[in-house]
Design a protein around this ligand. Structure first.
Ligand SMILES: C[S@@+](CC[C@H](N)C(=O)[O-])C[C@H]1O[C@@H](n2cnc3c(N)ncnc32)[C@H](O)[C@@H]1O
Length: 322
């Protein structure tokens, strides 16, 4: 591999976490050639010089954006969204009866299909959620992806991927050759550019984090670091949903697969504490009663919640209800 290619790989790893194999030179070329042509840059060496000079402030971000894989679609993989509606939301509504507030973070939201899918579910569950304050923060490293998400404008092809026709008719309006998501759904999500390599403690604590199909691009150490910090940003009874090819196993001691939702890669920071069954008494002829403790009672080890709750930085305008 040429030294320029090595340097570019290093730049991408440091700025975005993206880890490219040695055999990914073709990917770099196919993603960066159009950008280099437009900027009149002849080769990789010139590109690196331009980035380092800092003369073109947007060049660095454009290179990172071009290298990102923004693949996403509405209700992607279906099961995580069914779990959200049927398992996670009811559990949290029960646990948050007092404060009636739920905070959700889509941590690699790409062009917005994932947070809008969640917002559509919440809208459908509106009757149950009357009086609740539900916040959705959607972030992504890519500025172009976040701009698309914020605009909520999608092509015919994009709305045909995963979105039921009923939802298209209910939540979108046709604008020339595109479909635009309704203003009221757009206003319920706060979109921000944000790099997962950065410190996110200021975001406060979340009840639900969707961090799907992004850690697969990172090396083990980066995955461990991000999972460790995501564990800290999650309420102790909260839920982390990852992509179907992603796991916390072997990467985090703070997070563990949810016992019943593990097939869709849902994780939580605390083990489910099983209520110990009453001791079973055995009478052995004339000997005294021997109490037998069930096994699971000793396997539930409570984990200390490592993060203090920081007040929400999300403005009222992005609250879904209440
Ligand atoms: C394949 S998309 C996944 C989108 C969505 N979560 C889904 O599963 O459909 C991965 C996204 O991660 C974003 N990304 C990559 N590195 C990131 C980082 N360091 N911080 C935040 N987002 C990042 C990319 O810009 C891209 O939009």
């Amino acid at each position: 591999m040429s030294s320029d290619l090595q340097e570019l790989k290093q730049f991408l790893r440091e700025t975005s976490g993206l880890t490219l194999d040695a055999n990914k030179a073709y990917l770099i070329e196919s993603r960066l050639s159009p950008l280099m042509r437009r900027a009149g840059i002849a080769n990789l060496s010139e590109l690196l010089k331009s980035i380092k000079s800092g003369k073109d402030a947007s060049l660095k971000q454009n290179v990172i954006d071009a290298m990102m894989t923004n693949e996403t679609f509405f209700f992607r993989d279906r099961a995580p969204f069914d779990n959200f509606r049927n398992a996670i939301l009811p559990k949290l509504m029960e646990a948050r009866q007092e404060e009636r507030r739920i905070r959700i973070w889509c941590a690699a939201a790409s062009t917005g299909q994932e947070p809008y899918s969640l917002a559509m579910i919440l809208d459908e569950e509106m009757k149950k959620l009357a009086g609740w304050n539900i916040e959705i923060l959607a972030t992504d490293l890519s500025s172009t992806a976040i701009a698309t998400a914020r605009a909520g404008r999608y092509t015919q092809f994009e709305v045909q991927r995963g979105l039921p026709i009923t939802h298209l008719l209910r939540y979108f309006r046709n604008e020339a050759d595109s479909w635009r998501i309704n203003e009221y759904l757009r206003a319920r999500i706060q979109f921000e550019e944000f790099n997962l390599l950065s410190d996110f403690r200021d975001f406060g604590q979340f009840d639900i984090i969707f961090c799907r199909n992004v850690l697969i691009y990172f090396d083990v150490e980066t995955k461990k670091d991000i999972l460790h910090r995501l564990g800290g940003a999650l309420a102790k009874d909260g839920f982390l949903t990852m992509g179907s090819a992603e796991t916390v196993v072997g990467l985090s001691e703070k997070l563990m697969p949810h016992p019943s939702l593990r097939l869709t890669s849902v994780h939580r920071p605390e083990p489910i504490v099983q209520t110990p069954k009453p001791p079973i008494s055995l009478t052995v002829q004339s000997r005294p009663l021997i109490p037998v403790l069930p096994r699971e009672a000793s396997s539930a080890i409570p984990i200390e919640n490592p993060v203090t709750v920081v007040s929400s930085m999300v403005p009222k305008s992005c609250r879904l209800f209440g």
